[in-house]
Design a protein around this ligand. Structure first.
Ligand SMILES: Cc1ncc(COP(=O)(O)O)c(C=O)c1O
Length: 365
């Protein structure tokens, strides 16, 4: 039964990611290689089934605040980075407001804003600028009705890093129209050699969202958080009253435990990611038909297939004939690129890239 009020999907990439026919050598994801229970000794004993977490499990809220250098009034927990983003949008946006999202970008951002009744438009992060944020493009795209400007740092899909200067310039644009900048930082902690201070520390016009999924290997725990000024956090908490009321106690108690071991989890992440980034770098270097922005860390890369406007046929062909899967750039409105997962098992990446190379040879030849 169709109902015109409901599109088939609010977020085509997300629906595709869940339902696609996965290749044997799957390089389509972005989660960090899952951390097993055995890699977190003590986690089972730390898990509780009951407790009071009315506005977040207090030890988790405290651990997040301490880790990121903010007060507990500036923290809300949420169901993953996804839940954090939703609470942020729901706390900022009412029907008819305008939300500005980046393109290419992570489509649940625009999807959630549309779901809340916002008008959503995009500003471009251009390949010719190596996907760098362009504060002038943001300034041209805001309106007096803009309530949220949404960006990722590191950028999904390219892994580009947003400098403090560019963030501050976008913050000034937001202030000029009384909007906030939501910075989705799920990949930021697992960056290499850049400042990973959350944007929320720059001023009250910024909201940072993040989780234990991409940088810590705990996607299944579904622990996320927002960092924002106390008024915005209070509004997020009151939105949560009507979204899912409270977080899961098993999740939040394991989350609090994970925060006690966060540096170890981050070392694990960097070890996995650095080896995989090296593999990817060597692969792209060896392929004259590919160009890319070297990501500043994180779990994804977004190479361009030179001389081709839309890689979708190639991606489908590689899956069918070589059983290797990458994400077509069309799902990020950037069809000349494809996204490669760099956060999984090294052996899968190694074989996947070999097969991708064979697919490029055969397809071109
Ligand atoms: C930019 C971005 N934000 C949020 C998420 C969702 O993360 P979580 O598992 O914490 O909900 C993803 C997952 O792909 C992502 O790429």
């Amino acid at each position: 039964m169709t109902d015109a009020r409901f599109p088939d999907t609010w977020a085509p990439y997300m629906t595709w990611a869940k339902h696609q026919r996965k290749a044997r050598w799957d390089l389509t994801g972005s989660n960090l290689l899952p951390c097993a229970m055995e890699e977190m000794p003590g986690a089972r004993d730390a898990m509780e089934l009951y407790g009071r977490n009315d506005d977040g499990w207090p030890p988790l809220v405290e651990a997040v605040a301490q880790r990121f250098g903010v007060t507990t009034e500036e923290v809300a927990t949420a169901t993953g980075g996804s839940g954090a983003n939703f609470l942020a949008f729901a706390a900022l946006v009412r029907p008819g407001d305008h939300v500005l999202v980046e393109s290419p970008g992570y489509d649940p951002h625009g999807g959630a804003a549309r779901f809340l009744g916002a008008e959503v438009t995009t500003f471009q992060r251009r390949w010719k600028d190596r996907f760098r944020l362009d504060p002038e493009a943001v300034a041209r795209a805001v309106t007096p009705r803009t309530r949220a400007i949404v960006i990722t740092n590191l950028h999904n899909p390219s892994g580009a890093y947003a400098s403090r200067a560019d963030l501050e310039a976008i913050g000034a644009v937001a202030r000029s129209v009384d909007a906030k900048v939501v910075v989705d930082e799920v990949y930021l902690d697992a960056s290499f050699g850049v400042d990973s201070t959350p944007a929320a520390r720059l001023g009250p016009e910024f909201i940072s969202t993040s989780s234990l999924t991409k940088s810590y290997g705990l996607a299944g725990v579904r622990v996320g958080w927002l960092l924002a000024d106390p008024d915005t956090i209070e509004r997020c908490l009151r939105v949560r009253d009507v979204v899912d009321a409270v977080g899961s106690i098993p999740s939040e108690t394991i989350g609090a435990f994970a925060f006690q071991h966060l540096d170890r989890l981050l070392d694990r992440a960097r070890t996995i990611l650095q080896a995989n980034h090296r593999l990817m770098g060597a692969f792209v270097e060896g392929r004259k038909e590919l160009d890319w922005l070297v990501p500043a860390g994180g779990g994804v890369a977004f190479p361009r297939l030179l001389g081709v406007d839309d890689v979708s046929d190639f991606v489908e062909w590689a899956r069918r004939h070589h059983d290797v899967g990458v994400t077509p750039g069309s799902l990020f409105d950037t069809p000349a690129h494809f996204r490669v997962a760099l956060a999984g098992e090294r052996s899968v990446l190694e074989t996947g890239l070999q097969l991708l190379g064979q697919a490029l040879d055969d397809w071109g030849g």
